[in-house]
Write a protein that binds this ligand. Structure first.
Ligand SMILES: C[S@@+](CC[C@H](N)C(=O)[O-])C[C@H]1O[C@@H](n2cnc3c(N)ncnc32)[C@H](O)[C@@H]1O
Ligand code: SF4
Length: 500
């Protein structure tokens, strides 16, 4: 039975899902183990969406229509699966200029004039969380943006003092800060080091001067390299962000850029595929994600990954490669262990036990909530124990790899038993690789790497998606693939609750 919805419009996006309708119609197609491989062959079609996209979340924000919690106690009311520990993310939205491609929440140019007020409010936000987190240890801090290195020395000092005053930060915590060229003289690298920053992520994007000139970034390659040198000297554990997939990008630009950074001794390299769907210039917020350069990007990424592997780098995340023993990115890797992540600042995304959440993206509402003494949370999702487990499984598969034995120890769930048929079929199709207890996607999965982890969604969650309007399900790759695939669980999921 078709259900057409008044709410559906081609201008709505995944994040603006329509309300749930009544009931789910005919129900999910039952699992037929003998036919699953053939069925998956039909269901998995090139979706032409971003590769590899960074903003991927499980569960996708389709059903999150909940009221924000009253306070931090309510937000953290469920027992954590990672007891006694958490991470912090702070968003600093200020940038010198607005880069032509950027899709982050930023206040470029004169926005920096409100930096002092912004830091004051961040400190108020810290105070709202501090009592709830007392007695737990913060194992990593990520200060991202925007361009946190654009804050002046006094504000950076105030921020770090406040962090230590409100939270118990472990002695060996990884403390990362993002920086952009033009904001990181060597003296600032030295200051950051003295404040405890032990990982710096510096966005250079490309060493191709002509390509750089199209990005509205206003610095030249040589200036960036001088600052990078200072960061290497003072901080050492430096990641450089690079990008690919621009119009008229020379075929060798990314490879040449990565080679040069390797020669300069950079221990960590991120490679981002240009995502035009969410950028301001693209403005194409209608319909499902589409990317005409999808195939080309997959090829460029594969060549880059081969190069970096050959040079001794290893993937810490799908698009972040580190030299073992020299570069680290524990913060982001631990995020996918369902470690609680406290989100501070405008638009930040966090994770409280069984409760993914996101702060207001508009500064006005963020300030208003804090003025009223409330957490500035705009959206929350509520996961049951099953969905929380699968959040970890799907995210690890998407960004790193799943350790089946570790999942069994942590949740008491044998994934080989629960998803045995799905794992077997995806392995047969060449999309999954098994190495001892470690399960990961193969390079052949590149065309479906945003979708394959979603096949591990609990059948009960897929049932709920069936209540979305049919045209919405057909139009959007994520709910479409989850409902068309039908049941994928070979056995019930019985999560052993922490402490239970
Ligand atoms: C939050 S930014 C912070 C880094 C710093 N502000 C800079 O630009 O140098 C992190 C990285 O996201 C990447 N990025 C920004 N916009 C992007 C887009 N539209 N598509 C893909 N990656 C993007 C860039 O590589 C950037 O360095
Ligand atoms: S890419 Fe970096 S510097 Fe450029 S606008 Fe985005 S956050 Fe700011």
């Amino acid at each position: 039975m078709k259900q057409y919805s008044e709410h559906f419009s081609k201008r709505s996006r995944l994040l603006r899902a329509p309300e749930l309708g009544e009931g789910g119609g005919a129900g999910l197609r039952p699992l037929e183990p003998a036919r699953l491989t053939d069925h998956l062959r039909q269901v998995l079609r090139v979706q032409n969406d971003f590769f590899p996209c960074f903003d991927w979340t499980f569960p996708p924000p389709l059903l999150n229509r909940h009221q924000p919690p009253a306070d931090a106690e309510a937000l953290f009311r469920h027992p954590p699966v990672e007891a006694g520990r958490y991470s912090l993310y702070l968003h600093i939205p200020f940038c010198k200029t607005l880069c032509s491609f950027c899709y982050y929440t930023v206040l470029p140019g004169r926005g920096i004039e409100q930096a002092s007020r912004y830091v004051d409010y961040l400190i108020r936000e810290m105070a709202l969380y501090a009592p709830t987190l007392r007695g737990r240890l913060c194992e990593s801090v990520y200060i991202g943006g925007g361009t946190p290195s654009h804050l002046d020395d006094g504000l950076l000092q105030r921020l770090f003092e406040a962090l230590h005053a409100h939270f118990a930060i472990a002695g060996d915590a990884e403390i990362s800060l993002e920086a952009a060229p033009g904001t990181l003289p060597p003296a600032k690298s030295a200051l950051l080091r003295s404040l405890g920053v032990n990982r710096l992520s510096y966005g250079i994007q490309t060493l191709d001067a002509d390509l750089l000139a199209t990005m509205n970034r206003h610095y030249c390659v040589d200036e960036a390299l001088v600052e990078l040198d200072g960061a290497l000297e003072h901080i050492g554990n430096v990641n450089v962000d690079t990008m690919y997939g621009f119009d008229d990008e020379p075929a060798e630009a990314l490879i040449r850029t990565l080679r040069r950074f390797h020669e300069l001794g950079i221990p960590s390299l991120s490679i981002y595929s240009l995502d035009t769907q969410r950028s301001r210039s693209g403005k194409s917020l209608s319909g499902p994600p589409r990317d005409a350069q999808y195939r080309d990007k997959i090829e460029r990424f594969a060549r880059a990954a081969d190069l970096l592997n050959g040079l001794g780098y290893r993937p810490a995340l799908q698009n972040v490669f580190t030299l073992p023993g020299k570069g680290s990115y524990r913060h982001q890797v631990r995020r996918w262990d369902n470690l609680p992540l406290v989100a501070l600042g405008v638009s930040s995304q966090g994770y409280a036990p069984r409760t993914p959440y996101q702060n207001h993206g508009a500064l006005k509402f963020w300030y208003q909530s804090l003025d009223a003494g409330r957490l500035p949370i705009a959206t929350v999702d509520h996961l049951d124990a099953e969905l929380e487990l699968i959040r970890e499984v799907a995210s690890q598969l998407r960004f790193t790899r799943v350790d089946l034995a570790a999942i069994q120890r942590k949740y008491g769930v044998d994934l080989d038993f629960v998803f045995g048929d799905l794992i077997r079929s995806l392995t047969e199709l060449g999309y999954l690789r098994r190495d001892g207890d470690s399960l990961s996607m193969t390079p052949a999965a590149a065309y479906y790497n945003n979708l394959i982890p979603m096949l591990f969604a609990p059948d009960a969650f897929k049932e709920k998606l069936l209540a979305l309007p049919e045209e919405y399900l057909e139009e959007y790759p994520v709910p479409h693939v989850m409902t068309r695939v039908g049941c994928t669980q070979s056995a019930a999921i019985e999560v052993r609750l922490p402490g239970g």
